[in-house]
Design a protein around this ligand. Sequence first.
Ligand SMILES: Cc1cc2nc3c(=O)[nH]c(=O)nc-3n(C[C@H](O)[C@H](O)[C@H](O)COP(=O)(O)O)c2cc1C
Length: 220
Amino acid sequence: MQEKSKITRRQFLKTAGIATGAVILACGGLGTAATISPNIEFVENHSEGKPNMKKVLIAYSSKAGSTSEIAAAIGDVLNKSGMDVTVERINNVKDISAYQAVVIGSLIRMGSWASEAKKFVENNKATLSKVPTAYFTACDTMKKDTPENRATVTGYVEPIHQILKPVESGMFAGKMDTSKLNFIDRKIIEMMSKGENPNADNRDWNAIKAWAEKLVPLLA
Ligand SMILES: Cc1cc2nc3c(=O)[nH]c(=O)nc-3n(C[C@H](O)[C@H](O)[C@H](O)COP(=O)(O)O)c2cc1C
């Protein structure tokens, strides 16, 4: 099963690599297109006057916006459980010393967590190792929750686990919305979809909320 998942992952990346090369050639080089980031506002709540509330940070990396919404949904569950939750885009987080638990989430691109999310774990490893730290991953592979696909996604996240072992690591199906992608990324996805519509929102909100419920005692 392990070998099968490796082949699956390799095949995915190989196909993506070929598609990337083809698109870059078609575009005459890498160009200047940047991935469009959505501007999602979160309501933050602070524990002034409620010193007993556990301060939890959810730091996420999202390119097309769907992982942001997963982070917000997890934050909502933790907040309702009585925690003081801050949901923040990972690049905006400067200091994590005030938090008593941290959840870090990333999308997958070409078989890897976003580099900014990986760097965040590397840079904050010392502080994160002193508090309960959980990870979550959003990707296309999880649209079918099979043991093989879980093994593939476990492989995607393994480099992050090697930096710091989390108390829990969730993996969720994400959303593909090519209207939110830059030209090159859109072409890669269109080529990989071989004529089929790649756009789909596969997020399973019940699974995401159930995972967040499971986190509550682990972060406490
Ligand atoms: C260029 C590109 C490459 C991707 N590569 C992978 C991949 O290697 N494996 C996978 O399972 N999903 C892959 N995905 C799917 C994304 O991880 C998924 O759509 C995710 O929900 C996007 O999150 P976001 O909306 O927060 O950016 C890729 C998506 C794009 C646009």
